[in-house]
Design a protein around this ligand. Structure first.
Ligand code: NAP
Length: 369
């Protein structure tokens, strides 16, 4: 059965539009009433959550929403935290999963003006934040689904040179890296930038810094991954397993000047060495808590003072920040690094792969494969 998705008061214009939509729906094939959606449910073992495939109704967009047929989503570390509940996630209860994804607009609410049926779109990370300063953590949830609704204000067009899978990697990791380098700080050409590990945020940080003409130095537990990082434009690399005092190696790579910027994803465990890698007047953006000690949420002034360093706690970014990232990515024709694309049916394997830590860059699930 075909569905028609015009909501709200039916003005003449809206009625006319609904007829157009209806005919588009006919032309592009009817959308089903139900869809397959992966949800997080209590694991049988009793600890943590597991992904379960459910059949649920296809939602209808409200007046200010677009209905999107999802093409691809990408995993972030927080999706693993949400699954094992071993770390703070900011989310009350699991259920729907995955904040980052891209697809096609297939229907619009009556008041939608920014998009039309057929547009290729990607959702911003935050479900409310458009511009200015953040007023709280409201990560979008529930894109691991064949269809989703999103408010038009928090959706962006996909840059023309990127495909759906590439676009799906941007909302959290890339926006966070961009904000740390260009908004919380003002990255300049030739400056040294420190990136920790070869996960999503760090590889975007490497690509963005290299494109800006800076000198990215990256750490990893794997020499093979460090070779990949060199091919992406790293200025220098350090294996943090081989060299537990990796800050010494980082400083050597800068001729003991130190790095001007750190994208700090390790958290409490790596923070002291990140500070020890700094140049005078450098900036640390605290982003993550990959180590067992978890996140750094307050400025450790005693550590920062000897370096006259500045510190920011980073929370992803607004839609405007995402637009600025897209402009930069487009100018430099940067393609996200996707390690592997999993078909929708193999979603649990994608989570397992992320947990394995053996990936480089981003992991994607193709909803339409
Ligand atoms: N504040 C925010 O707005 C924000 C936004 C995005 C992400 N985050 C947080 O930032 C962190 C990174 O996120 P992500 O999605 O980029 O993670 P990810 O893709 O899962 O990165 C995992 C990689 O990080 C490296 N790694 C793991 N433990 C490490 C450690 N103790 N020290 C240094 N490197 C380590 C490893 O790289 P190798 O295999 O190369 O060793 C690992 O493969 C997470 O804690 C995430 O929750 C925060």
């Amino acid at each position: 059965m075909k569905r028609m998705y015009i909501t709200g008061p039916m003005t003449h214009l809206a009625m006319l539009f609904s007829i157009c939509l209806f005919s588009i729906s006919v032309a592009s094939g009817a959308e089903p009433d139900s869809m397959r959606q992966w949800q997080l449910a209590k694991a049988e073992s009793g600890t943590g959550y597991t992904t379960v495939l459910k059949t649920v109704p296809v939602p209808a967009p409200a007046v200010n929403e677009v209905l999107v047929r999802m093409r691809a989503v990408s995993l972030n570390r927080k999706d693993i935290y949400a699954q094992d509940r071993s770390m703070e996630t900011g989310q009350a209860t699991p259920g729907l999963s995955i904040s980052d994804g891209a697809g096609d607009v297939i229907a619009i609410g009556a008041n939608v003006t920014r998009f039309k049926v057929g547009d290729r779109v990607v959702g911003a990370f935050d479900s409310v934040w458009i511009d200015g300063a953040s007023t709280g953590y409201r990560s979008r949830q529930g894109l691991l689904s064949e269809y989703v609704v999103m408010t038009e204000d928090t959706v962006l067009p996909i840059p023309a040179y990127l495909n759906y899978e590439e676009a799906a990697t941007l909302p959290c990791a890339a926006v966070t890296a961009w904000n740390t380098l260009f908004k919380a700080a003002k990255l300049q050409k030739d400056e040294y930038v420190l990136l920790q590990g070869t996960g999503g945020v760090s590889i975007f940080g490497l690509q963005l810094a290299a494109a800006a003409g800076a000198r990215p130095i990256i750490t990893s537990s794997s020499d093979a991954k460090l070779e990949q990082a060199m091919a992406l434009g790293a200025f220098g690399t350090v294996n943090y397993r081989t060299y537990p005092d990796w800050d010494i190696n980082v400083r050597k790579l800068t001729n003991d000047v130190g790095v001007m910027h750190v994208l700090e994803v390790g958290g409490q465990d790596t923070f002291p060495k990140a500070v020890a890698s700094l140049a005078k007047g450098g900036h640390i953006g605290s982003i993550g808590g990959l180590g067992e000690g978890g996140f750094v949420r307050e400025a450790p002034e005693d550590l920062l003072k000897p370096y006259n360093a500045t510190w920011s706690y980073i929370y992803v970014g607004s839609r405007t920040d995402f637009e600025n990232l897209n402009a930069f990515m487009t100018e430099h024709q940067i393609h996200p690094v996707i390690d592997r694309v999993f078909p929708y049916a193999e979603t649990p394997a994608a989570y397992d792969y992320m947990k394995s830590g053996s990936f480089f860059g981003k992991i994607v699930i193709a909803i339409d494969k």
